[in-house]
Design a protein around this ligand. Sequence first.
Ligand SMILES: [Mg+2]
Ligand SMILES: [Zn+2]
Length: 183
Amino acid sequence: MIKKNKAVFLDRDGVINKEVNYLHKIKDFEFTENCIEALKMLQSNGYLLFIITNQAGIGRGYYTEVDFHTLTNWMLLKLKKHGINITDIQFCPHHAKEGKGVYKIDCECRKPKAGMITHLIERYNIDVQNSILIGDKLSDIEAGKVANIKNLILVQSGHELPSIIPSSVNEVHENLASFAASL
Ligand SMILES: [Mg+2]
Ligand SMILES: [Zn+2]
């Protein structure tokens, strides 16, 4: 039997970079504290790294897919210089109500739906039992739960967390770095 891969599914805004509303410019992008070291640590522990991000700003017309890819390529190059390889990135540009034109669909990819994650699980033969999802919103956690990811981690580095944390959350950490340090 082929051995399955373990992975970390990372939300982007509020986890990898500091939360900025509808971030799409390189000049506004700032990594969260010790994010690079954290990603290195996760990678050296044998996890594939994936980014799964809702980007409804595209659908709303605030920025374009080209803007998203420009920022993404810049970020990936930055990470590569530190020896970090992001295996794949999935983004959802849709919004069921506010999307314009082709982007106005009730898609299967926008978190809390699990479409982006389940696609990666199949494509990269991921062992969900030994994988981790890290997000700053309950919608991230919900998507991970639907996709049967075993370890669901909330971080405080993005949006303010609700006062009641559901039991589906395994751990709450200050940020990605403090989670990585706890492994
Ligand atoms: Mg986020
Ligand atoms: Zn979508």
